[in-house]
Design a protein around this ligand. Structure first.
Ligand code: 13P
Length: 256
């Protein structure tokens, strides 16, 4: 089975939720709930929660990620946080190019590429998000669009860099809407992502790449999604804020 060649990752994307105190309480619930995970478990948390998340998860199987990163290492970029800053803290992952960043904060494929490269250069693992809007899906351009997003996001990266890159397919119409892509739709696009990575970097790189699905993944639908051959886990929004639900998803991915 191809899936043996790569690790499944369930990553929570907390978005703009949880104060440090609330984060500590949720992590206290998460630690026992996911301790026997058969997949990698990541929580991507707001910048202000990183310190408490790193402290609390020390010695556990939970890895910590940020939700964004600037592409410059330092300088006059008020309000931004750089990759070396995150790396020095002990942060391991970072979400890059989430559709909410693209939609509300003018993120483009080019800045996604710059951020992803800066992350890799600092030793972080970017989770690069791609995905189409409802109008784009209805126009039938999903695969072309996602291929282009992936190509631009990975521009300038080597096959070696790719070992630390995760790609998340997140159809915008499925995010926070309760409307999940069908397992077939998720499989189709995750396979297309693996295909374009194969074209760019060769079969081995494609085989080893973790490709997640994200968009209203929850305790009820996770098992079917992660059972698909090209879906290597998920990026979870709402359901990652409930320890019991997140644990069910983690469990499903361990078996997927
Ligand atoms: P929901 O799981 O809340 O739909 O969010 C998905 C997402 O955007 C993860 O990055």
């Amino acid at each position: 089975m191809d899936k043996q060649h790569r690790k499944a990752i369930i990553a929570g994307n907390w978005k703009m939720n949880k104060t440090p105190k609330e984060a500590a309480a949720l992590i206290d619930q998460l630690i026992p709930a996911v301790k026997d995970a058969g997949c990698e478990v990541v929580i991507c948390v707001p910048f202000v929660d990183l310190a408490v998340a790193l402290e609390k998860t020390k010695g556990t199987n939970i890895r910590v990620g940020a939700e964004n990163v600037h592409f410059e290492a330092a300088g006059a970029f008020t309000g931004e946080v750089s990759a070396p800053m995150l790396a020095e803290m002990g942060v391991e992952y970072v979400v890059v190019g989430h559709s909410e960043r693209r939609q509300y904060f003018a993120e483009t494929d080019e800045t996604v590429n710059k951020r992803a490269r800066a992350a890799v250069a600092a030793g972080l693992k970017p989770i690069i998000c791609v995905g189409e809007s409802l109008a784009q899906r209805e126009q039938g351009v999903t695969e072309e669009l996602v291929r282009l997003q992936v190509k631009i996001a990975l521009g300038g990266m080597t096959a070696d860099d790719l070992k630390n890159v995760v790609i998340a397919y997140e159809p915008i119409w499925a995010i926070g809407t309760g409307r999940t892509a069908t397992a077939e739709q998720a499989q189709e696009v995750c396979a297309a992502i693996r295909k374009v990575v194969g074209e760019l970097y060769g079969a081995d790189a494609a085989l080893a790449l973790t490709v997640q699905y994200g968009g209203s993944m929850n305790a009820g639908n996770a098992a079917e999604l992660v059972a698909k051959p090209d879906v290597d886990g998920g990026l979870i929004g709402g359901a990652s804020l409930k320890a019991d639900q997140f644990a069910v998803i983690v469990d499903a991915a361990g078996k997927g």
